[in-house]
Write a protein that binds this ligand. Sequence first.
Ligand SMILES: [Zn+2]
Length: 409
Amino acid sequence: MRSLLPIVLVAATSFSQTQSVTQPGSAAPITIHADRILDGRGNVIAGGTVVVQGGKITRVDKAPTGTATYDLKGYTLMPGLIDAHSHLTWYFNREGRYHTRADGDTPVQSMLSTAANAYATLMAGFTTIQSPGSPEDKDLRDWIALGQIPGPRVLTSLNAFNSTRPTPDTLRAQVRQRKAEGADVIKIFASASIRDGGTQTLSDEQLKAICGEAKAQGLRTMVHAHSAASIKASVLAGCDQIEHGVYADEESLKLMSEHGVFFDPQICLVFRNYLDNRAKYDGIGNYNEAGFAAMEKAIPIATAGFTRAIHTPGLKVIFGTDAVAGAHGRNAEELVCRVQDGKQSPIDAITSATSLGAAALRMGDQIGSIAPGLQADLVAVKGDPTKDITAMRNVMFVMKGGRVYRNDK
Ligand SMILES: [Zn+2]
């Protein structure tokens, strides 16, 4: 957050110099009418109005008031969506294969694909994403914030903590180093990949060193952890957010809840995307026969685990897709699965991707809700997603920081 704020201010300044009347920094208010407004905190306002000025929400009315700059009749307005886990740097190369460092693509070529992924994500209604594990994200984050390329707000961990070799002291120094490099969050692998069994990799002591130092430095931690043991160790080490958790059991779910740890499980998009694009990944690293079989097997386990998680009292289940190459711009498919297969209510699913997601990023006072004073990150979909979650596929209006990036009406 510390590194994000100044950038947002810079962006607002540059907009005011270059943008037309409906853009941030302009004095003229923007008035939006919609059939219904979801405030991102679980409330539905029928036929309301949102007023935006200077890039921020200034007023929310429970009736159609004023002349509409945007009359979104037939549509539902909600806060810009937040994906707590997306890998924008992952893409398919010109040979139609998953890009690896060995395929000869230049950093510029890779960044062009990354920019395309950022654009697709924004057009799908996701105005903020958290990207674990790519140093390239830093420039992407900063260029988007400058308003030079379209994309969601990006929070990045830069490189992830993966190696089991460093001593606790070295790990603590590396956390401070990551902070100095401009990381917004620390990403840790506490367990192996689902394709390799998902058992704990870092020791309890190593986890304590990383999450303890991050906390002391005011940085959040997000931990890749599949096995119940790796989740438990991470929670007890004081880490803030658990990713995936396919093998979470009752005890580890309860433990996360008791410690106020955010849980970010995935149940379909990431798995189905790999399986649907199998030929593009096959033969690279652990994307092999056994790896694909493990992912296929994980879907029902993850789905049942998700349903258990949302019924665990007090557990804060947020929305993250783990979007990789092939999935960018289809992030909302995970919302559809969570409702249709995971049995979450549509309004709770939307809250997980708005105000709850913002709370996990410690940005609840800036994004994730439609309320006066917050950033004007607003998205509209055709129809009523509280009745039919598949409406989330039909994003037709996207505003970020008061600037309209999409308006299909
Ligand atoms: Zn990931």
